[in-house]
Design a protein around this ligand. Structure first.
Ligand SMILES: Cc1cc2nc3c(=O)[nH]c(=O)nc-3n(C[C@H](O)[C@H](O)[C@H](O)COP(=O)(O)O)c2cc1C
Length: 81
């Protein structure tokens, strides 16, 4: 399963573009960390992925220009040993 964290920059209309960008990273980080903790508790494997093709993904997800892909995170079963 691939989670894609998207910041909707239209939601903070009182903040500057710089402030929005500064909040979006930590927000996605908090969520990703919770997923890491959940996966650790359930014996699942997960990995944060910053290197995603944002333009292609945004097209496939039909995102608006205000919806910015911050981070992706894959969740799966650990490799068999
Ligand atoms: C914000 C962030 C983005 C990351 N993006 C990638 C990525 O795009 N590709 C990648 O291979 N690892 C990426 N990593 C590192 C992986 O999450 C992971 O730490 C690394 O692949 C080592 O995993 P392992 O210890 O399970 O082998 C990123 C880490 C962070 C914190």
């Amino acid at each position: 399963m691939n989670l894609v964290y998207v910041a909707d920059l239209s939601r903070m209309d009182e903040a500057s573009a710089e402030e929005k960008a500064q909040y979006a990273g930590p927000d996605a980080g908090f969520i990703a960390q919770n997923v890491y903790l959940f996966c650790a508790s359930e014996g699942l494997a997960t990995v944060a992925r910053g290197m995603v093709d944002r333009a292609a993904l945004a097209r496939l997800m039909r995102l608006s220009p205000q919806q910015s892909i911050i981070l992706a995170q894959s969740v799966g079963y650990p490799a068999a040993h």
